[in-house]
Design a protein around this ligand. Structure first.
Ligand SMILES: Cc1ncc(C[n+]2csc(CCOP(=O)(O)OP(=O)(O)O)c2C)c(N)n1
Ligand code: SF4
Ligand SMILES: [Mg+2]
Length: 354
């Protein structure tokens, strides 16, 4: 006899004021990612983990490929999870999670697992999701396993010493992209557009981007991804204070400024309508409002800042927003000459206010 697979539907949180920094809806009291882990103070991925698991609730199983959020969270016989959690090799987040999804489906159908279909999710770093494990996640999305695949993006291979990854931004300094006479900008390449690649390449999947600057948006997109029957992908911007060099209290602020400066568009792709819905932030800032908070950009010269502003302006156009004259003018390196003349405008290894 075949048993029915009963799926959960998680309610969405009120979002009318959801993008107000001080708005906190009634959240579940339970914390499937409990206190007591060992990530750095202000760690963006840890904030994301907590909110995602609060949104998912207790009837959840989680996988985590190798990265900071595996290494810093688990020692022998000790993890902060109050839900079942498994570590996977860095390349296998997609295949492992596919296996969990297929396994639960089969066990429930055969009557060998009595419960509802659990929320199944994996949270992989950018090194895993955008690079070493990209193939296995793409395969899982393509085969449409019913699970949520999340990339927590701290724009570097953090755990092994802040090396460059495909999502490290242009001019972002890492230990593999130091700046010097030969390459003054540090990183020469623009970041891989991971989420667009996932949406365009797997148009039957729910795909969205978000940041730790928008907690309600992050939690609702988690729930939408889990409610979607089939595969879903969420790309979440999560600052790494150790690798990016900023004041630890600024993690959430960075999650807002990156959007307000046009460097990380927040959107949602609806697989039924096959359309993108872009968030239009109420504030548009020059990129320097974002760059100047982080030591990893402290070496940038006027021409590098101008190149970054030109990229942000292209993003504004892409999401259907006008580029104000003031931001267009900042594509001219001469407008940033002050940064060059005033040595301390973008101080190396210091965050805002330091
Ligand atoms: C196949 C393989 N290559 C390299 C490593 C070494 N390694 C362990 S953690 C890590 C960094 C992963 O970066 P990311 O996925 O971005 O996670 P983060 O550390 O930034 O949280 C690397 C390269 C590994 N474990 N397996
Ligand atoms: S190095 Fe970065 S990602 Fe890793 S625990 Fe520290 S802040 Fe978090
Ligand atoms: Mg990373």
């Amino acid at each position: 006899m075949t048993h029915e697979v009963v799926r959960q539907t998680l309610p969405l949180l009120e979002e009318e004021d959801g993008r107000d920094l001080y708005y906190l809806p009634d959240l579940p009291e339970e914390d499937p990612y409990a206190a007591g882990h060992r990530t750095c103070a202000g760690c963006g991925p840890a904030i994301q983990y907590r909110w995602v698991l609060k949104a998912a609730g207790q009837d959840t199983v989680v996988a985590g490929p190798t990265g900071c959020m595996y290494v810093a969270n688990s020692t022998y016989l000790c993890t902060p999870y109050t839900v079942p959690w498994a570590h996977t090799p860095i390349a296998s987040g997609g295949s492992f999670t596919s296996g969990m999804a297929a396994g639960y489906e089969a066990m429930i159908r055969k009557g060998r697992y009595p419960g509802r279909y659990p929320n199944i999710l994996v949270m992989a770093g950018d090194g895993s999701a955008a690079d070493i494990g990209l193939g296995s996640i793409s395969g899982a999305l393509y085969r449409n396993h019913d699970a949520l695949f999340i990339c927590y993006d701290n724009e570097c291979y953090a755990n092994t010493g802040i090396q460059t990854s495909p999502t490290t931004p242009y001019a972002g300094m890492t230990t593999f992209t130091p700046f010097g006479k030969a390459i003054p900008e540090g990183k020469k390449l623009p970041p891989k557009n991971l989420a667009k690649m996932m949406a365009e390449g797997h148009p039957h999947c729910y795909v969205a981007t978000t940041t730790v600057g928008y907690p309600v948006d992050l939690m609702n997109k988690t729930r939408k991804g889990l409610n979607h029957v089939g595969a879903a992908f969420l790309h979440c911007y999560t600052p790494c204070q150790k690798g990016w060099v900023y004041q630890t209290s600024m993690t959430v602020e960075l999650g807002r400024r990156v959007v307000e400066s046009g460097l990380f568009p927040v959107w949602e792709y609806d697989p039924h309508e096959r359309t993108y819905h872009y968030f239009h932030p109420p504030v548009q800032r020059p990129v320097t409002d974002y760059l100047a908070m982080q030591g990893r950009f402290g070496h940038m010269l006027p021409e590098h800042v101008a190149t970054t502003q030109a990229g942000a302006n292209r993003n504004w156009e892409l999401i259907g927003m006008d580029v104000p004259r003031a931001l267009r003018d900042l594509e001219d390196p001469a407008r940033h000459q002050r940064l060059h003349d005033e040595e301390y405008s973008m101080p190396l290894n210091r965050g805002i206010g330091a």
